[in-house]
Design a protein around this ligand. Structure first.
Ligand code: ZN
Length: 154
């Protein structure tokens, strides 16, 4: 990875860490999940409001964690807003594969701004920080009614 690209990635991560998007509670949210990464101590709760067709009408997150987990959650909320659940899960799958696939260069097509997090693949211990929000999103999509589902990266 070139140093230019690396510093661009770092800028995006720092920006989303310092000014997380869609942070806080969500009015009318009907799906929730709490994610916990014991390796780093990151905690992220995801709130969703699903539309009639199963699309993500609203999304927000709360919690506290390291720069990677916070920036990843912030970038995720922007990436999946308005998408249908299965599209969001497919994006999760692509993102996860880019971070964990050790074979060759990652295929970052279609990741958009999430590409900023692909540098994490060089630091395996941080991958759970980067994927925590996505695990929580998946659990929230699968949750029923008011009760929040709990998910841990372990
Ligand atoms: Zn972390």
């Amino acid at each position: 990875m070139s140093s230019d690209l690396r510093s661009l990635y770092q800028e995006v991560i720092l920006d989303h860490y310092k000014r997380p998007r869609n942070f806080g509670s969500l009015e009318g949210a009907d799906h929730h999940a709490n994610g916990y990464n014991p390796l780093c101590g990151d905690r992220i709760s995801v709130h969703l409001k699903l539309g009639e067709g199963g699309e993500i009408e609203g999304i927000s997150f709360e919690g506290s964690g390291c720069a990677i987990s916070t920036a990843s959650a912030s970038l995720m909320t922007e990436a999946v807003a308005g998408k249908r659940a299965e599209e969001a899960l497919a994006l999760h799958g692509r993102f996860h594969k880019v971070l964990t696939d050790r074979e060759g260069e990652p295929d970052v097509s279609g990741l958009g701004k999430l590409e900023a997090l692909t540098g994490v693949r060089e630091y395996p211990v941080r991958i759970k920080c980067a994927t925590l929000a996505w695990h929580a999103l998946k659990a929230a999509l699968e949750s029923e009614g008011e009760s929040a589902k709990r998910v841990s990266t372990e």
